[in-house]
Design a protein around this ligand. Structure first.
Ligand SMILES: Cc1cc2nc3c(=O)[nH]c(=O)nc-3n(C[C@H](O)[C@H](O)[C@H](O)COP(=O)(O)OP(=O)(O)OC[C@H]3O[C@@H](n4cnc5c(N)ncnc54)[C@H](O)[C@@H]3O)c2cc1C
Length: 375
């Protein structure tokens, strides 16, 4: 794109930061409005920090493909913002997985994902049908925050909430300033999204353990996982049925649910999550010491599919990002750049009229007149 546009981005999570940096490198005039005093303050700073390859999503092809490709691009573009996980296991428990190990493995093979099948799982895990060792990585949050804060510099308007976006002719007005385009990167927290979504407040549990214990993800279905953080002796425990604190059709209701959480509820959730992991990781309570919690909010499309892929929607000069995983930031950026580029492509009418110039007159339509014909 050679033209420069004025673009306001609302939200400085992974999506706002990466899209902003990409547009700046295309010589766009960018402002990023962030209501918190630092970048990555909501979901981007409160998640399991797994750089996905797709192993989590046996039941959704699109999510798997986006993660597989996003992982490669993330490690190329932001090599220093993630680190290797020395032992990263996806284990299919006997009985509680909704698909069997051979089916799980076939799905991953056919998706082009690389792994090593562990023939003899150690006694670390019990009652397991099979295990894949993968190369998924962990995202380094502190480094990412420093990287984007430094690179984005004065473009970042921290501590600046956007409450209203107005359209004025061909321009958009954000906090009194004029723009050509607005990108809502709040994961639906500003004014919702153009498709039906639910907001799911979440509770992650933090534990301390010896450095470099295996990352274990039990698949597939309503199961749980223990994953390292950027500190090699701190881990998160997450559970599909127990991590959510409810489902809400409005973002403010989900935020209110987080604020209302009691210590009794945390104790109950903790007991339920530990009970869930013990049959397959019996030494969990001996190896890990509970430290505390972290609250986040997921925005999910309504539907029965396990779809966690990224989508970009558009209404006039306003784009909305339905974030997927963190490594789908590249997908969102390209969708936005291609739509802006298309708006300004030189598609002027050449005066010959549309389809008519491509229709041959019947007397010319013999095969010998067809430019592509071999006769
Ligand atoms: C519990 C949990 C675990 C997860 N685990 C993983 C994982 O392991 N790996 C992975 O890849 N993904 C994971 N995800 C998903 C991942 O966190 C999201 O895909 C990603 O963080 C979304 O980034 P974002 O920039 O769209 O949104 P956010 O990070 O939520 O950023 C939105 C920003 O908008 C700002 N904002 C909101 N309203 C306004 C306003 N009115 N004015 C100005 N600013 C505003 C907010 O302050 C916030 O900083 C997880 C999510 C959760 C909740």
């Amino acid at each position: 794109m050679t033209m420069s546009f004025r673009i306001a981005i609302i939200g400085a999570g992974w999506y706002g930061c990466h899209v902003g940096l990409s547009l700046l490198s295309l010589q766009m005039q960018v402002d990023i409005y962030e209501k918190a005093d630092r970048v990555m303050n909501m979901a981007s700073g409160n998640n399991q920090f797994r750089l996905h390859q797709g192993f989590h999503y046996a039941r959704h092809h699109g999510t798997r493909m986006q993660s597989r490709d996003g992982f490669i691009r993330f490690t190329e573009r932001y090599g220093g913002l993630s680190s290797a996980v020395s032992e990263n296991l996806y284990a299919v428990p006997r009985g509680s997985s909704i698909i069997d190990f051979d089916t799980y493995k076939l799905i991953m093979v056919s998706s082009g994902l690389n792994f090593i099948e562990c023939q003899n799982p150690t006694d670390y895990l019990t009652d397991i049908d099979g295990v894949l060792r993968t190369h998924e990585r962990v995202i380094l949050l502190d480094r990412a925050r420093r990287y984007f804060t430094e690179r984005l510099g004065g473009v970042l308007k921290l501590g600046t909430s956007v409450d209203e976006i107005r359209e004025l002719g061909d321009e958009m007005i954000v906090n009194g300033k004029r723009y050509d385009y607005v990108i809502d990167a709040t994961w639906g927290h500003l004014n919702g999204l153009p498709i039906p979504v639910i907001y799911e407040p979440t509770l992650l549990l933090y534990y301390e353990g010896a450095p470099e214990l295996p990352a274990v993800t039990l698949v597939d279905g309503p199961l749980c996982s223990v994953y390292p953080t950027e500190d090699s002796s701190i881990y998160t425990l997450s559970s599909v049925p127990h991590t959510p604190l409810g489902r809400f059709d409005r973002a403010d209701a989900a935020r209110a649910r987080c604020n209302a959480l009691t210590t009794e509820e945390v104790s109950e959730k903790r007991a339920a999550m530990e009970r869930q992991i013990l049959p397959n990781l019996p030494s969990f309570c001996d190896r890990f010491r509970f430290m505390g919690i972290q609250l986040g909010i997921k925005t999910k499309p309504i539907g029965n599919f396990d779809d966690r892929s990224c989508h970009v929607y558009r209404k006039g000069r306003r784009f909305f990002i339905l974030s997927g995983k963190i490594d789908t930031i590249f997908y969102a950026t390209e969708r936005i750049i291609s739509m802006i580029g298309f708006d300004h492509a030189d598609l002027k009418d050449d005066g010959k009229g549309p389809i008519k110039k491509d229709i041959l007159l019947s007397e010319m339509a013999a095969p010998s007149n067809f430019a592509g014909s071999n006769s």
